[in-house]
Design a protein around this ligand. Structure first.
Ligand SMILES: Cc1ncc(COP(=O)(O)O)c(C=O)c1O
Length: 351
């Protein structure tokens, strides 16, 4: 890592081949006799860039975000392990925690980590891994990451953080002592909705080496084409995140004053629980907004949006909305379009 350069300079230059404007795609199963399940020059470049951005010891790229979630946790646990996890999080992570791991005999407990009493009580039992998303999917719960890390370490647990919703531009958990940081790189890191990818970064390079062995064993490697798209996407991470921040703020203000919206959740709004944590710890509030529609279910709203697409991903250049069709809460990934165009679409869809 080049310590002289700032974060944005690193997004552009770190990891890249020094003699070309873009790192080439090594579309090959071997290079110089080495088999490319273990490493590939294109995804190694992506790993080196991410390691420099996270301030970590080692980064390991995976086929998608879920491959990062499962490989990171599986590397840290052994027979009899106990895992404490925040109660809301990406649906398939919750499935892994509440069904897959217990099926294999692991003790997992899902708690509300925003409540220090619940965390203290959970950590009374010997715990190996504490796992959470600092801004959680889909409910936008805001967690005091430094506080949780400190307590987890006192209890002898390793901390794994899924930082997908914030990106290292807005928050760097390694600076606060996290042991492992991972992302669904499919989202803000890629930014363009054209590649699935995951990335795990460990503070300890030896732990990174173990994760690498897990990747070799489970086989969930990243394709060189997707690594290329990630390298390309990350170069504009900072300007994209700045604009996501700007547009999401405007959308949140609009929604908060709209009569057909019961409640708006955005880390930048003082009315959102945890706002003070976000304000004091992050470098911006991000592009994710959530809101409850009054008097009808989400299905009608999803039917009426035109510019904003009713698709499940997030972190793309375009605005995306999703939610349980029978529920009233919408999750919105605010895109990079003209602010007025996004707001006009929401206005006509809210009716
Ligand atoms: C917070 C979070 N973690 C992990 C994942 C899984 O990532 P992927 O879809 O790249 O496997 C997602 C997907 O939406 C996510 O939102």
């Amino acid at each position: 890592m080049n310590d002289e350069h700032g974060f944005i300079t690193r997004t552009i230059h770190e990891g890249e081949a020094g003699n070309s404007s873009a790192t080439p795609i090594y579309q090959s199963t071997t290079v110089d006799g080495a088999y490319l399940r273990g490493s590939n020059p294109t995804f190694t470049a992506f790993e080196e860039k991410m390691c420099a951005l996270e301030g970590g010891g080692r980064s390991i790229a995976t086929a998608c975000g879920m491959a990062s979630v499962t490989q990171a946790v599986m590397t840290l646990i052994r027979a009899g392990s106990r895992i404490v996890c925040h109660q809301t999080g990406y649906v398939w992570t919750r499935h892994f925690m509440s069904e897959e791991l217990p099926r294999l005999g692991f003790d997992t407990e899902l708690i509300d980590m925003r409540d220090p009493k619940q965390l203290d009580a959970a950590l009374e039992k010997p715990t190996d891994v504490v796992y959470f998303e600092p801004l959680s999917n889909p409910t936008l719960d805001i967690i005091d990451a430094p506080g949780v890390i400190q307590k987890a370490h006192q209890a002898g647990a390793k901390v794994v953080i899924d930082n997908t919703f914030l990106s290292p531009y807005l928050f760097r958990p390694m600076d606060h002592g996290a042991d492992v940081v991972l992302h669904s790189a499919t989202k803000y890191l890629c930014g363009h909705g054209d590649a699935l990818a995951g990335i795990i970064t460990t503070r300890d390079p030896d732990l990174g080496e173990q994760v690498l062995r897990s990747r070799n064993t489970y086989g969930g490697i990243l394709s060189p084409m997707n690594a290329f798209l990630l390298l390309r996407g990350i170069k504009t991470l900072s300007i994209r995140m700045d604009r996501h921040n700007l547009n999401a703020r405007a959308v949140a203000d609009f929604l908060e004053s709209h009569p057909r919206v019961k409640r708006t959740y955005y880390p930048g709004l003082p009315s959102t629980p945890g706002h003070e944590i976000a304000r004091s710890q992050w470098n911006g509030y991000g592009g994710m907004v959530s809101f409850e529609i009054a008097e009808e279910t989400v299905v009608g709203f999803l039917d009426r949006v035109r510019l904003c697409k009713p698709w499940v991903s997030l972190g793309d250049v375009g605005s995306l909305v999703t939610g349980d069709p029978e529920g009233q809460r919408v999750r919105m990934s605010v895109g990079l379009e003209d602010t007025d165009d996004i707001i006009k679409d929401l206005e006509q869809a809210l009716g």
